[in-house]
Design a protein around this ligand. Structure first.
Ligand code: BTN
Length: 326
């Protein structure tokens, strides 16, 4: 573990630590402590500095920890999961894993980060990713079936997220095609899938999940849509992101394996039960047109079905943005 990780670990109790005490504990000078903490602040971590008291984080934080994530997994997932990389900061865990995939990372490799500087959402949106507050997790999945067969993958990942939320006592979450997990219209989690490789040959899918766990108002100031986090929904201050990551992976891995062997079919009913678009008036924003109609569920390829004035039409996710009007 490098010195910045060590420093954050010490500070993770949310209490003040003097530069001297930190230096002593880590075997470095006070000046070195100051330099490293300055560098950490420059990455976006809000560190309080008070003369005579020292440094502290805004509150206690359980840092992400690969060992803890692994030990929280069920035995089956643990045996099949690839390496888990934990980063203090990254542009985007999806970008990182895409690089790793190009360098031969195995299927099941995972990347989680404390913060993302360029967290990505669908359609070029930014995914706000402050330090230590939420979960930013990506999983690499290699498939022989080719990119064209992965149309439903983002929907299956959504179902896996929903299943893991149920284990946290969240039963009211719904799925908004293709990738939003919402509670009463407020976004709790989102999924972004990047696929590289061939359309009908070997390809690598990077399944990125952002889950709002305990987001500070200041960090969320830039979000222009309604959002919610697990802390608000459960009232629990002791949510462990390591356990949440393990719970997520425990649901994700078997779901993807089942999808790979049987497609969307085993998931159709569960999607229908949680589909918040079904029967609602919607607007679909395509690059060159806006479609109005009524949501009618999905087809077995994961495409959205819409009843329009000219008949029933299907839409693959791609560059489609969906608004629910009533
Ligand atoms: C969306 O709802 O638009 C998708 C959001 C996906 C965010 C996650 S956070 C982990 C991974 N890394 C990214 O840059 N994006 C995804």
């Amino acid at each position: 573990m490098d010195i910045r990780n060590h420093l954050l670990k010490r500070l993770s109790d949310g209490k003040f630590h003097s530069g001297e005490a930190l230096g002593e504990a880590l075997g470095v000078t006070r000046m070195a402590v100051w330099k490293h903490l300055k560098a950490l602040r420059e990455t976006g971590i809000s560190l309080e500095v008070v003369r005579g008291k020292g440094y502290c984080l805004p509150g206690p934080v359980e840092l992400l920890d690969g060992q803890r994530i692994r030990s929280g997994l069920g035995a089956g997932t643990r045996a099949r999961l690839g390496p888990v990389e934990v980063l203090l900061e990254v542009d985007s865990t999806n970008n990182r894993l895409r690089e790793q995939a190009l360098n031969g990372a195995p299927t099941g490799a995972v990347c989680v980060a404390e913060q993302q500087h360029a967290g990505r959402g669908r359609q070029g949106r930014t995914w706000v990713s402050p330090f230590g507050e939420n979960l930013y997790l990506s999983l690499l999945w290699r498939s022989r079936a080719g990119a064209a067969a992965l149309g439903g993958l983002s929907l299956v990942a959504g179902i896996a997220v929903l299943r893991s939320l149920k284990e946290q006592g969240i039963h009211q979450a719904g799925l908004k095609w293709p990738n939003d997990i919402l509670v009463n219209g407020a976004k709790l989690a989102g999924i972004l899938i990047d696929v590289t490789g061939e359309s009908s040959g070997p390809c690598a899918a990077i399944i990125g999940i952002g889950l709002n766990v305990c987001m500070s108002r200041s960090a969320a100031a830039g979000i222009d849509r309604s959002w919610v986090d697990l802390h608000t929904l459960t009232g629990r201050a002791d949510l462990s992101r390591n356990r949440l990551a393990a719970g997520l992976l425990d649901k994700l891995l078997p779901a993807i394996e089942l999808f790979e062997s049987q497609g969307m079919q085993p998931f159709m009913e569960e999607w229908r039960q949680h589909d918040i678009v079904d029967g609602r008036q919607i607007e679909l924003h395509l690059p060159n047109e806006v479609i109005q109609g009524r949501g009618c569920g999905i087809d077995p390829a994961g495409a959205l079905l819409v009843e329009t004035s000219t008949g029933r039409r299907r839409f693959a996710s791609g560059e489609v943005s969906l608004r629910v009007s009533s």
